[in-house]
Design a protein around this ligand. Sequence first.
Ligand SMILES: CC(C)(COP(=O)(O)OP(=O)(O)OC[C@H]1O[C@@H](n2cnc3c(N)ncnc32)[C@H](O)[C@@H]1OP(=O)(O)O)[C@@H](O)C(=O)NCCC(=O)NCCS
Length: 181
Amino acid sequence: MKLKNLKIVGKRFNLRKFRMSDISSIQKHINDKRVYKYTLKIPHPYSLDDAKKFVHKTSYKWKTGKAYQFGIEVDNEIVGGISLDKIDKDNQSATLGYWLGKKHWSQGIMTEASKMILEFAFNDLKLRRINSGVFKPNKASARVLEKAGFKYEGCRIKYVLKDGKTYDQLHHGLLKEDWKK
Ligand SMILES: CC(C)(COP(=O)(O)OP(=O)(O)OC[C@H]1O[C@@H](n2cnc3c(N)ncnc32)[C@H](O)[C@@H]1OP(=O)(O)O)[C@@H](O)C(=O)NCCC(=O)NCCS
């Protein structure tokens, strides 16, 4: 499989590499307090310059195999992102993360996107284990993981400090042998 121009084609949307021409759609959908609220690395407010730096970084990480960050493309527009970060070759593991523009929430998009990226992670990258952590109040995200087959593995107390407030983090994992069971 060629990673360079990889595009994962779905029925309702595609997953593909971010491009510099996506920066205004990224900003349009991510510059939203509701998207920012339970995420760790998204600045708010989010400028076009933030989007530019982000796309640049994704391209570097992709090339070096540190992370695979995909844009979620609906009708030729990027409306969200999903990624395998912290690729750990020694342990054959990675961390799943995602965000989606509010207009597209609750239509099953992220569950489907997670299933698509898991195929890539287990079949193509030959990973063994995928991790994911969610802020405890982020019920929608925990539900996505559950629907994608992840197991809840425990709660890290006051693990995250965001905007002066602490949050418990719910840790989830999925092993290749439990996937699709
Ligand atoms: C989390 C997020 C990606 C979910 O994407 P999505 O495409 O709406 O997810 P899906 O539609 O596939 O599934 C969402 C599930 O959560 C449920 N849900 C949504 N809000 C909920 C709430 N407040 N309480 C309980 N369940 C909730 C939905 O009903 C759905 O479950 P169902 O299919 O059993 O009905 C999206 O809300 C988002 O981008 N949030 C902001 C960024 C973020 O939090 N990222 C994750 C960081 S860990």
